[in-house]
Design a protein around this ligand. Structure first.
Ligand code: 13P
Length: 338
């Protein structure tokens, strides 16, 4: 198979109109925080057990088409010695890999961030591919304030995403391009829409400059919502119809129809909130892109709570994960109800 054929085959497996992506790629530090919240020690064995439990959920492949793994997980096996990427692939779930190396302050742009990890990326991708990964994810983060993102922040972050995506495509790995506009802050939904439009506009400009083939990538954006501390934000989140309207309007203005799928991140929305918003998005309008999910917390939170580090809770945890996966699959069809 040529590189393009490989990319096309992976897009075909990831974009089928009914399934979404499970983000299980928390870094060592982030998963430690999630484990801490349910009283679990952040050991390598606990991470292995937890993630192999998620991936061995019976029927998960009916609703989940891909899983984003952390580097460590790519080399781990289940209790029977089966490598976890193989376990996923056996369940019709394409294994993917987070390839960025975290973030830090962007010099010259106070308040903005930048992500690391381009050095040696081509070689790393080759070895991830050998371990079974067929797509990758890279996240740039945009804090919102009256001054952020700055013009420099917008261009520098877009450039990173485009360089990453171009390298991925040259190695036969489908890039998920993730510009995350953070929910932290007291900004209103209009300000969030304005920032997301600036971000997406800049990202697609950079993707074009770097020759990234839009048909062979996936966009993983935030939804347009009011900031978490916005005074007019109801406790459970803004009304789904409002989120959907703003999100679709901003996407239409900035994202070319050639992109096959938009898989939203949950970014701190609760599990029900994330499903209700995705549902409203799919009810609102027949979009040129598939509108799907690539949730981390919104899929895993109930499962993590049910598990709480106890092997005997595994069945309950798997049931909780399968339930959220199924509800988000319904939301992709606009058929979710509470
Ligand atoms: P959340 O859905 O928890 O935001 O995670 C998605 C993700 O991959 C963040 O990089």
């Amino acid at each position: 198979m040529s590189v393009t054929e490989e990319l096309q085959a992976t897009i075909g497996d990831l974009v089928d109109g009914r399934r979404g992506i499970l983000a299980a790629d928390e870094s060592i530090g982030t998963i430690a925080k999630r484990f801490d919240a349910v009283g679990v020690d952040p050991t390598e064995e606990h991470r292995r057990f937890y993630r192999s439990m998620l991936l061995s959920t019976e029927g998960l492949g009916d609703y989940i088409c891909g899983v984003i793994l952390f580097e460590e997980t790519l080399g781990q096996s289940d209790g029977a010695g089966r490598p976890l990427p193989e376990l996923a692939a056996g369940a019709k779930i394409v294994p993917g890999i987070k390839v960025d190396k975290g973030k830090g302050p962007l010099a010259g742009a106070p308040g903005d961030m930048i992500t690391y990890g381009l050095d040696g990326l081509a070689e790393r991708l080759d070895s991830y591919r050998e371990q079974g990964a067929r797509f990758a994810k890279w996240r740039e983060v945009y804090p919102v304030s009256p001054h952020n993102p700055t013009r420099l922040g917008l261009t520098a972050n877009a450039e990173m995403l485009a360089r990453y995506a171009a390298v991925c495509q040259s190695r036969g790995v489908v890039p998920i391009v993730e510009p995350e506009v953070l929910m932290d802050g007291d900004h209103d939904i209009q300000r969030c829409a304005e920032v997301n439009e600036q971000v997406w506009h800049e990202v697609f400009h950079a993707l074009h400059r770097h020759g990234v083939v839009l048909e062979l990538m996936i966009l993983k954006p935030s939804m347009v919502t009011p900031g978490k501390e916005c005074v007019s934000r109801p406790a459970g989140g803004a009304p789904p119809e409002q989120v959907a309207e703003h999100t679709v309007r901003s996407l239409r203005r900035t994202v070319p129809a050639a992109v096959p799928s938009i898989n939203f991140l949950s970014g701190g929305q609760g599990p029900e909130e994330a499903s209700a918003n995705l549902n409203a998005l799919n009810q609102l309008w027949h979009a040129p892109w598939q509108l799907s999910f690539s949730y981390g917390r919104a899929l895993q939170e109930p499962a993590l709570k049910a598990w709480a580090g106890r092997e005997e809770n595994s069945a309950a945890a798997q049931e909780a994960l399968l339930k959220r996966a199924r509800l988000n699959h319904l939301a992709m069809r606009g058929e979710y109800s509470g």
